[in-house]
Design a protein around this ligand. Structure first.
Ligand code: SF4
Ligand code: SF4
Length: 429
């Protein structure tokens, strides 16, 4: 459920500014975002999405401006003089800059600001803190920005944290939104652009309020588990598991946490509906989850829960699998082959069903066609026409069959009119 109820802006926007800040980041979120296709970043930036405002992006890598010219809009957004609605996107976790108070250094900065008369690097954590109260929305992209991620793992000396922890549970944007979280390491680019588009549509009054879960994730993207949509799920259900990397079966016994991880990459692919962890042979290590990485380590070892779940599916899967192979055997035979008693394959010998299998198939198909007509079993003497047909009441009422060439009762020959030839032919029969 949505945790905050944003307001629709009074007048439709013609453009909205997006300020992209980076913290303790590898830039993977930027890379995956520019690979998005539905919608694409180009579509959003050029205003090609019907009804959506054009996005003016301020990005430290992608913007063409540099130096003071690049930083000026950031300062305007911080001091509330930009005069336009804007969104802040933060990539990477937020280091605790207070830890640098004694040494005078900094962890992550963008541009400079004046400190005690000197121009000093401007920490992005401070920029975020000053921008957030004026922003229409604050979006954390990637697991570092959402929950802290790898920089916040055990042993972290930077005090790194996610935006929720940095801004606090009471934070609301000017439109009443809590921090919106798009996790993933790296996140799926379309998850980000689709959420941005959905929020903008709502703010423009042309779309419904997007549903967010209790952790601020787009609910329609992050409710299902990896396992529920995995291309290898059928192997799991039949109790067949990969023994080593490169095997095609379910990866749970070599370290997949998919059954307990909320992520949609199997459905959506990594970029342009291609790739995605299990699709390319990688077990899930839980990178979208707040507990990542510590709660999913050591990677590539069997999760303890597997002892119960995979043992159960091995047991039940053995029986189910063999029953399905039995049905598959008859699904792989044509009726013609059944009648003639052998398969005319030039590729090799196809074993005939045993007497026991034939008996079992007899009862199986009896159940299959109970209450319906088995193909080929309809008596051939029945009228081939359906609906009102040509037999019965119609025929008694004088209706003629289509191939009836006898002279109709009361027929008056046409010897001179336009149908004379046809009439002559008919009366000669
Ligand atoms: S590979 Fe992972 S997500 Fe896929 S079926 Fe196996 S356990 Fe589930
Ligand atoms: S499947 Fe697992 S490892 Fe892969 S992106 Fe999703 S959460 Fe991360």
């Amino acid at each position: 459920m949505a945790t905050s109820q944003p307001a629709v802006v009074a007048d439709a926007l013609d453009e909205i500014h997006v300020f992209w800040l980076a913290g303790m980041s590898c830039d993977g979120c930027s890379v995956s975002t520019v690979g998005a296709t539905a919608p694409s970043v180009e579509g959003l930036l050029t205003g090609n999405m019907p009804g959506l405002p054009k996005i003016v992006l301020h990005h430290p890598v992608l913007s063409v401006e540099a130096g003071d010219e690049f930083m000026e809009p950031f300062h305007q957004a911080m001091n509330g003089t930009l005069g336009k609605q804007f969104v802040v996107v933060y990539e990477g976790s937020i280091a605790d800059e207070r830890k640098n108070d004694e040494n005078g250094g900094y962890w992550v900065a963008l541009g400079r600001h004046e400190v005690d008369g000197d121009m000093q690097p401007f920490p992005t954590a401070d920029i975020l803190q000053l921008m957030a109260p004026h922003a229409a929305a604050v979006i954390a992209i990637g697991t570092c920005a959402t929950w802290g991620g790898i920089p916040a793992a055990a042993g972290n000396v930077t005090g790194s944290m996610g935006l929720m922890d940095f801004l606090g549970a009471d934070y609301r944007s000017t439109l009443g939104l809590s921090v919106v979280n798009i996790p993933g390491c790296a996140p799926q680019g379309d998850n980000f652009t689709e959420t941005v588009a959905a929020v903008l549509m709502f703010l423009q009054g042309i779309g419904p309020l997007p549903e967010f879960d209790s952790l601020g994730r787009p609910a329609w993207l992050f409710t299902d588990t990896v396992h529920q949509t995995c291309t290898r799920g059928g192997f799991y259900e039949e109790g067949i598991f990969a023994k080593e990397f490169g095997d095609k079966q379910c990866l749970v016994e070599i370290g997949c946490w998919g059954p307990v991880v909320q992520c949609n990459i199997n459905k959506r692919g990594a970029i342009n509906h291609v790739g995605g962890c299990m699709n390319v042979g990688a077990p899930c290590i839980g990178c979208t989850m707040p507990g990542f990485p510590d709660n999913f380590s050591p990677f590539y070892t069997k999760p303890p829960g597997t002892v119960v779940s995979s043992t159960t599916s091995k047991t039940t899967g053995y029986f189910i699998r063999n029953l399905r192979r039995f049905s598959m055997m008859y699904g792989n035979r044509s009726n013609q082959w059944n009648k003639q008693g052998h398969v005319t394959s030039g590729w090799g010998h196809v074993a005939e069903p045993s007497a026991l299998q034939k008996v079992a198939h007899y009862f199986y198909s009896a159940m299959q066609f109970r209450g319906s007509v088995r193909p080929g079993s309809r008596p051939e003497s029945k009228p081939a026409f359906i609906g009102t047909g040509w037999g019965g009441a119609n025929e008694q009422a004088g209706a003629r069959r289509p191939n009836d060439k006898s002279t109709p009762p009361g027929f008056q020959p046409d010897s001179t009119g336009p149908h004379a030839d046809a009439t002559k032919e008919l009366t000669q029969q």
